[in-house]
Design a binder for this molecule. Sequence first.
Ligand code: SAH
Length: 215
Amino acid sequence: MEDSYRHKGMRRKLVNEIRKKGILDEKILDAIYRVPRHLFLDSGFLGYAYEDNPFPIGSGQTISQPYTVAFQTELLNVKPGTKILEIGTGSGYQACVLASLGADVYSIERQKKLYEKACDLLPRLGFDIHLFYGDGYLGLPDYAPFDGILITAAAPDIPQCLFDQLQIGGVLVSPVGSGGIQTMYRFTKEKNGTISKEKFGSFRFVPLLKDKADD
Ligand code: SAH
């Protein structure tokens, strides 16, 4: 669980790279600087931890590219105390970036092994995140409403029940599409309860799958 000056130096470079790609919110860049991404990968992959790329984390899943993590975070308008539901905990890295910004984070994962790994790692890193094993398609109705919902897997379409779990004024950020490349959308729940949407470029995510995995 070492986080040395060398790791911090590598993160500083990564932050500069992401800034050059257009992420300008210094609070988000600082959160990327503070979360030790190498500890979310199996040891031995240090060389890859601070490249701006996605990386395999087991169970056929990937930790998102740091630029994508920063980009989705920016679309969520996180402030201290903002209550966020993340669908697709994966390694837990994105959840920790949100928590570093002061968000109250709820995160759900359908792969038991990844869920268990995050349950072990996140508290050891000092993060207090509400982790759930289950089908993110259903959201977490018992804990709704949320100020923001973040889907970190590609959804062919957004289930209505997730919009139902959004606060008025809240936003849902998700890559949408069923092919290899998806379009990033931000949906906003307006005062009258209708949903408006904005489009933000192309990304590549693993698919959002229905039901829990049977492992
Ligand atoms: N946010 C992660 C990256 C996640 S990759 C990180 O920072 O590391 C997408 C994750 O979504 C995978 O772990 C996958 O198992 C999970 N997933 C896919 N479909 C899901 C569903 N229906 N409910 C919950 N999690 C799901």
